[in-house]
Write a protein that binds this ligand. Sequence first.
Ligand code: FPP
Length: 233
Amino acid sequence: MKSDKVENTSLPTHIAFIMDGNGRWASKRLLPRKLGHKEGVKTMRKIISECVKSGIKVISLFAFSTENRNRPKDEVAALMQLIRDNIYDMLKELIDEGVKVVFMGDLSYFDDDIRKSLDRVISESADGKKAIVNIGLNYGSRDEIVRAVNECVRAGKEVDANEFASRLYTGGLPDPDLIVRTSGEYRLSNFMLYQAAYSEMVVTDTLWPDFDEEELHSVLAVYAKRSRRFGKV
Ligand code: FPP
C-alpha cells in the first residue's frame, strides 16, 4: 500500500539522542542537578520504549561522555549511582521484549559492580532481534576515532572507509539517520563525529526531562519531510 510505503521509508532506521538539559531542568526548579539526571533516566526509558514501539530499529543515547568525567566529583558520583541503580531495571522489560542492548565507550572506567550490570545487560539481551539500543557510556568520538586508527596501525595495513567504520564502537550498526539534541544547543559535543557525516539533525529547546512521546513524534514528522541527498543533487 502506498501510504504504508511512504511511512516506512520516512522513519529513521537509526535515531540518536544527545540528552541535554537535565541540569537546567533541575536548576529551574531550585533542585540539585542530580535530580535532573534522575528525571532524565525516566525520559530515557519512556523514549526508548516509544522508539521501539514505533518500529525504529536502532536507538542511540549519549548518557555519559569522556568530558563528563571532569564535572564536579559529587555530580560524577551521582551519575555513577544512577547508572548503578537503573541500568538493568530500566532495560529489563525491553530486553524481555527482544531488544538487544550494546554500549559504546571505554567501559574500563566504571567500577566493577557497574561493569557487572553492563555485562548482564549485554549477555541477557545478546539474542534480541526487535531493535538495538546503543548507549554511550564514557564515550567520546575523538577517543573512538583514535582508538580505531591505532587498531588499524597495529593491523599494519591500509583500510577503506567501511573497514575503518567497522573498528568504531558502532561497528556493524548503520550510521544515524537522525540526531536529536534537546535544550537548544546546536553542537555535536564529541558525539558520533564520523558516523554523523550525513545525519539529519533536529534541535529542540525542550530540556531532556520534559521531552516526551508527543514531541518524539513531532520530531519524526520533521525528519519525514527532510530531503536527504547525501551530497548528490
Ligand atoms: C546532559 O545534561 C546530560 C548528561 C550529562 C547526563 C545524561 C544522563 C542520563 C539521562 C542518565 C544516565 C543514566 C543511565 C542509567 C544510563 P546536562 O547536565 O549537561 O544539563 P545542563 O546542560 O542543563 O547542565
